[in-house]
Design a protein around this ligand. Sequence first.
Ligand code: GDP
Ligand code: MG
Ligand code: K
Length: 280
Amino acid sequence: GKTIEIALVGNPNCGKTSIFNFASGSNEKVGNYSGVTVDIKKSTFSYKGYRFNLYDLPGTYSLSAYSPEEIYVREHIRLQMPDIVINVVDATNMERNLYLTTQLMHLDVKVVMALNMFDEFQQRGDQLDYRHLSKMLGIPIIPTVGSKGKGLTALFDKVISVFEDRAHDYRSVRVNFGQFLEDSIGKVDDCIKQNNDLSVEIPPRYLAIKLLEHDKEYIKLLKKAGFTEILDLAEKERDRIEDETREDAETVFTDARYGFIAGALRETYKENPVIRRKVT
Ligand code: GDP
Ligand code: MG
Ligand code: K
């Protein structure tokens, strides 16, 4: 049969290891990830005639270059090139969890979302039109309860169908950063594309955004490889953004991502009007 390489990606404590354990029949410890070393688990099992190679990656809130976990996850995606990323999302904490999703959307990888903690979400009585959200994100969404193994059959069926769907355009939906930022992204993106050897390894638009955000690791990588033209242009465009907005460029992009998420949730999410919870 065919082999599908799958990476579990999500915030800490969203249920990745629970899903991993249920799927693989293993007995890894669940609980807070607090190690200094980045250690990942791999499991291989058969499902409906496919061989699944499943990786349980460390929890991350973003894909910036600020922590070893974040660098590990994005390097795993860049170098291992999983066929499918399962983005595990805590349904009780959509806004924060979707931040990582907006980063995955630019990585040119096929994503299937496990809308986990769905039991807790339902107990709250909130409502989420996840089918609509799925269309807005361009990502299939399957509700799951990782700790009980619920929804995992539907999740892995979806993994197979997305894997087999050659026509599936996983680049169809992207965060639109608005004309001002898109102008800068476009220029850097074009410059990267002119260097073919670079754009095969890292999706050009994703790299353009990261360079504009002053991502230390990618800047180091490009410096080492001698791509000064790209770096100079990115710096010029970053200055333009910071002069105009009077903010740090990374903050500008972060705000734009949260703006996109807020817009998507405004259209799809309704809090239970009866129960008013205390925000902690
Ligand atoms: P990870 O950090 O993403 O690997 O998350 P874990 O799998 O370690 O889960 C964190 C905690 O959430 C554990 O106590 C799990 O038992 C619990 N958990 C995982 N999935 C669910 C779920 O769908 N519903 C509920 N109620 N708890 C869950
Ligand atoms: Mg874990
Ligand atoms: K954990």
